[in-house]
Design a protein around this ligand. Structure first.
Ligand SMILES: Cc1cc2nc3c(=O)[nH]c(=O)nc-3n(C[C@H](O)[C@H](O)[C@H](O)COP(=O)(O)OP(=O)(O)OC[C@H]3O[C@@H](n4cnc5c(N)ncnc54)[C@H](O)[C@@H]3O)c2cc1C
Length: 388
């Protein structure tokens, strides 16, 4: 027996689960296929300061944003935050911080270790085969991200068919405004998706394009160079900027799956679609999922029962706490990915009615809060006229 739990994937989900389970006194081994935690980077690191604080991410690991501009082809909505609400993470630093927390709690981390397939006996998962060996455990957690490598082979195929596909440069851009993030929509910048400009401190800025496949068949790479070349048209100063890193990545753009667990196996994070598909934002959701699943797993291990029935409370708790917002986020994403330029312009006019706080709540996937009812009540006439 390698350890009580083997976790495949050292992203935010896997590392958060590892810390929680190890803190409960269980032995945990995390397998990461890459040779470094958080590398290569496959995310832009956009998040929310209050959420990062609540999750215990130190302030040195994120860069505060005090203005967000939302640009459609002919319209612009600008939101100012004297007290910043948004932030851009030092992604590698944050993921490695989560690894350090897991190590402090006693988790073992193995780098350059690819989890190839689950060891299954009588339909129950009993461990993992890596490129080099067979590792046995009482419970296996699939935190491999959008590939869901182990869940699929264990017969729990999440069946993702729709993905956000992103491509981004991390530039050193000495003249770019470090206090402002820009989101851009429309067919010429990002068909069926959006583009972004996200500064993260010390002159660094992530500029990227994401499109949703198969809603669009376009390659985001084709739009990225055009965005960088035309940045000044969008009020973004990339004079003298050069890329330091080039990132690409995929995220399931679907509602979370129905089943997170099987006998002896649990899926967390992007592997089961825990992210919000509103903007393709998943880091904090992955941390929540890892911690919630970690607690369920620790209780199941304490009882000596890792059957699907014992692990299923994770699904229930997730649905209860986040289900409605995440389902709605997905429905909205499916709709907006079909909007043409004209519709985006009309919707951006409506976005201008939101206060900066309301805009932040909407992006945060807080889609059923009181703020929405208040907003709808105070702008009913404009909404009725503009929502056509
Ligand atoms: C282009 C793009 C931009 C994004 N921007 C944002 C953003 O601004 N803000 C935000 O919050 N979210 C963003 N996301 C989403 C976010 O990155 C993910 O939702 C989040 O990282 C999911 O965490 P995870 O731990 O589930 O999976 P991942 O972060 O994908 O981690 C999975 C880990 O498993 C490892 N692995 C995979 N297969 C194996 C295997 N077989 N064996 C061993 N290891 C394996 C991988 O190397 C990786 O380290 C973005 C995603 C993309 C693609």
């Amino acid at each position: 027996m390698q350890s009580d739990v083997i976790i495949a994937g050292a992203g935010p989900a896997g590392l958060s689960a590892a810390a929680t389970i190890a803190r409960a006194g269980r032995t945990v081994t995390v397998l990461e296929q890459n040779h470094e935690i958080g590398s290569p980077i496959r995310t832009s690191g956009g998040s929310f300061i209050d959420e990062m604080d609540a999750l215990g991410i130190p302030r040195r690991l994120y860069h505060p944003i005090s203005r967000v501009r939302f640009l459609s082809p002919k319209e612009a909505a600008t939101f100012d935050y004297p007290q910043p609400k948004f932030c851009i993470l030092d992604v590698r630093g944050t993921f490695q911080y989560l690894a350090e927390r897991a190590i402090v709690e006693g988790a073992q981390i193995r780098l350059s270790a690819h989890a190839a397939n689950p060891i299954t006996e009588d339909g129950i998962v009993r461990g993992v085969r890596t490129n080099a060996e067979e590792l046995r455990s009482k419970l296996v957690i699939d935190a491999t991200g959008y590939r869901s490598t182990l869940l699929k082979q264990a017969g729990l195929d999440p069946g993702f068919r729709r993905f956000g596909v992103g491509s981004e440069y991390d530039l050193f851009a000495p003249h770019c405004d470090q206090s402002e993030a820009v989101l851009l929509v429309g067919g010429t910048v990002a068909p069926s998706g959006y583009a972004w400009v996200c500064p993260w401190g010390r002159g660094r800025v992530r500029v990227g394009v994401g499109v949703v496949h198969p809603d669009s068949r376009e390659n985001p790479e084709d739009y990225l160079d055009a965005l960088v070349a035309n940045a000044d048209r969008f009020g973004v100063n990339l004079k003298g900027a050069q890329p330091v890193e080039h990132h690409t990545g995929l995220i399931p753009s679907e509602r979370f799956v129905d089943r997170f667990a099987g006998d002896g196996i649990l899926g967390i994070g992007d592997a089961v679609g825990n992210a919000s598909s509103l903007l393709g934002e998943g880091i904090r959701w992955a941390i929540h999922a890892g911690r919630m699943a970690g607690e369920v797993a620790a209780r199941a291990l304490a009882k000596g029962d890792v059957s699907r029935a014992a692990l299923e409370p994770f699904e229930r708790q997730w649905r209860k706490r986040f289900g409605s917002d995440l389902r709605l986020a997905h429905e909205i994403n499916v709709r907006i990915s079909k909007w043409d330029d004209d519709k985006w312009d009309r919707r951006t006019k409506l976005l201008k009615l939101l206060s900066p706080d309301q805009f932040a709540e909407a992006l945060k996937t807080n889609l059923r809060g009181r703020w929405l009812w208040r907003f709808a009540a105070s702008h009913s006439r404009e909404l009725a006229a503009g929502w056509r």
